[in-house]
Design a binder for this molecule. Structure first.
Ligand code: AVJ
Length: 321
């Protein structure tokens, strides 16, 4: 068998892993956290007392649902409610119910990288809110942006959970620009931004004592073992979280606790990790108003109403195209 080179690797996962683990410093993309086990671990994270994000946004949506949904329906115009990274839809269901109550004319198009989570979402929406027309789409944000070019009707795009925080500013701007290009003058983007706050609160949210976040971070190793025929020993890595209060960037790492070699069979790739060498796996950006304003400006988006959680820990913005 010919040894693999980057160009002969088939899937984006294979190529990204190859690139990330042969790079220096090493890195992997957090989008690969979300296989079946990863989906479940993230659901568990959202239930943790330390993971304030979900509760803050839930509360914000509960409190402001009537106002938010009136703006979505904008005088009873029909629209497509497109959700990027829908996940389990727990927060979105608040809005779906409110929209039904307001007798809004809309279709719900949830998009997620995990087909598994989309199936669960479809089943639960059909059962709990049977009045909603739901059409799930599986794929990465960027793949889906392409597909959405074909949607001609009015669009209200949801990007909740501070999911944008997985993209550093440069990529976030690129992404927002991509969304803006899909938006007509009547369209809206409703987007969640986790806010800068006590650094300790942030570190605790990403480094819980029960080790759920650790398991979530290490799940990418387990996934490579299964899908890429690799032999990572998760116990030989330490979950490490940092937060820089100046930039607002939280970062997750897997740190090798000793010198070790790992073989990834499917990539025909042998890598060595030195003792205390890191693999960077995720960023979770925190924001302030100035930064959000700058992102919107750079992307050519206008800022509409801003909804704020009681203690200012979380905000949702309406952006216009
Ligand atoms: C789903 C990207 C918003 O960054 O807060 C939770 C993922 N990572 N704990 C976040 C996550 C570790 C989460 N997002």
């Amino acid at each position: 068998m010919q040894p693999h080179t980057l160009s002969t690797l088939k899937s984006p996962f294979e190529r990204d892993v190859y690139r990330g683990l042969t790079d220096y410093p090493k890195h992997l993309s957090s989008k690969y956290f979300y296989d079946k086990a990863g989906d479940q671990l993230f659901q568990d994270i959202m239930e943790m007392p330390e993971y304030y994000l979900t509760r803050c946004e839930f509360r914000l949506l509960e409190t402001n649902r009537a106002d938010i949904c009136r703006q979505f329906a904008k005088g009873r115009q029909p629209f497509n409610l497109i959700e990027l990274g829908a996940g389990d839809g727990k927060k979105t269901k608040i809005l779906l119910k409110e929209l039904l109550e307001q007798q809004a004319d809309f279709k719900y198009l949830p998009i997620d990288i995990s087909g598994n989570v989309l199936e669960q979402l479809q089943r639960s929406v059909e059962k709990e809110i049977p009045g909603v027309a739901i059409h799930p789409m599986e794929g990465t944000y960027f793949e889906i942006l392409e597909k959405l070019q074909d949607v001609k009707e009015r669009k209200v795009i949801l990007f909740l959970g501070s999911n944008i925080g997985n993209l550093l500013h440069k990529k976030a701007i690129e992404f927002l620009k991509g969304i803006r290009q899909l938006m007509g003058p009547e369209d809206l983007l409703f987007i969640g931004f986790d806010q800068k706050k006590d650094p300790q609160t942030i570190l605790d949210a990403y480094n819980d004592p029960a080790g759920i976040t650790e398991a979530f971070n290490k799940n990418i190793l387990v996934r490579m073992n299964r899908e890429l025929d690799a032999n990572f020993e998760p116990d030989n890595f330490k979950h490490w979280e940092t937060y820089d209060p100046e930039t607002g960037t939280a970062r997750s790492y897997l740190v090798s606790t000793k010198k070790q070699s790992v073989y990834l069979g499917k990539l025909d790739l042998q890598i060595t990790l030195e003792a205390w060498e890191s693999i960077h796996t995720e960023i979770s950006q925190k924001y302030d108003h100035r930064t959000v304003q700058w992102l919107a400006d750079e992307a050519g988006l206008g800022i509409g109403q801003v909804f704020e959680d009681l203690d200012g820990c979380y905000k949702n913005y309406i952006f216009t195209g």
